[in-house]
Unconditional design. Structure first.
Length: 271
């Protein structure tokens, strides 16, 4: 999707459609928004017939042929949807002040994105970076090899460092660590640093049941780890429900694990 700044520059004549309230089951939450220009859209408020109604209303405003400032839409059989809830919408034509407000709002959201650190940019690391790129996450790939950092998604940050394990302490609380380097010894060092922390949402390592047993033995023998640390480690990443080991498949399954862990952490932190 085009970034917001680019869209606003290309389509200054647009309408901001905000979800201001919801009741019951709805496709999106209050606070979600989209931009409607005469010819295209930015983002979505949930799709379906109610979004089509919102787009039509916004374009009536732009054309000067009508358009309501607010809508209260029941998401039931009368509009061909079966969510069962209601959604309230607000429509505002873009002004300079509203554009500035929107850009500040999005910048604030970006600053609050959960941090995901991928240690290693081999086949699975690059596939995972690509899978995570379109999601509301801040993704950093850490490598010791310059050439492996080429061709990452534009949204992904890259760090070239000689000692990746030293970066773990700087990851914000609630972040996720995925360990996929080319060196098992380096994997173990990074994992040891991550598991010493109790405030990370997810720590995962590529590997197998044998690698898990080897790491557990090393951790207790030489790594100075505690017995409970292994309970916080997902190894192997991607689960066992799908046996396909292609990098893109492992990346898809691991992405689901990361999103679930981040959501669980947020719920626990807010309770």
């Amino acid at each position: 999707m085009t970034d917001l700044h680019t869209f606003l520059a290309a389509h200054p004549e647009s309408v901001l459609v905000d979800i201001t309230g919801t009741q019951g089951s709805t496709p999106r939450e209050a606070g979600a928004f989209m931009l409607v220009s005469p010819t295209t859209l930015w983002s979505t408020i949930g799709g379906g017939q109610f979004e089509f109604m919102a787009i039509a209303n916004a374009r009536e405003m732009l054309a000067g042929t009508g358009g309501a400032l607010t809508m209260d839409i029941p998401l039931g059989p009368e509009i061909g949807q079966c969510c069962g809830g209601r959604t309230q919408l607000r429509f505002r034509r873009l002004t300079k002040a509203l554009t500035d407000e929107l850009e500040a709002r999005l910048a604030g959201e970006i600053e609050r994105l959960p941090e995901v650190f991928l240690f290693g940019a081999g086949h699975v690391g690059r596939a995972l970076a690509a899978a995570l790129a379109p999601l509301p996450l801040s993704v950093t790939v850490v490598e010791t090899r310059q050439q492996e950092l080429a061709d990452l998604p534009d949204e992904t940050k890259a760090r070239l460092v000689p000692m990746p394990e030293a970066l773990v302490k700087d990851i914000p609380a609630g972040g996720a660590v995925v360990i996929l380097t080319h060196d098992h010894a380096l994997d173990f060092l990074i994992a040891r640093e991550a598991l010493e922390r109790t405030d990370l949402a997810y720590t995962g390592m590529i590997g197998s049941a044998t690698k898990r047993a080897t790491f557990a033995s090393w951790l207790s023998r030489e790594g100075g780890g505690e017995r409970g640390w292994m309970e916080r480690l997902t190894l192997p990443i991607g689960g066992s429900a799908v046996s396909d080991k292609r990098p893109e498949v492992i990346a898809a399954m691991t992405t689901a694990e990361i999103l679930t862990a981040l959501a669980t952490y947020r719920m626990r932190s807010s309770s």
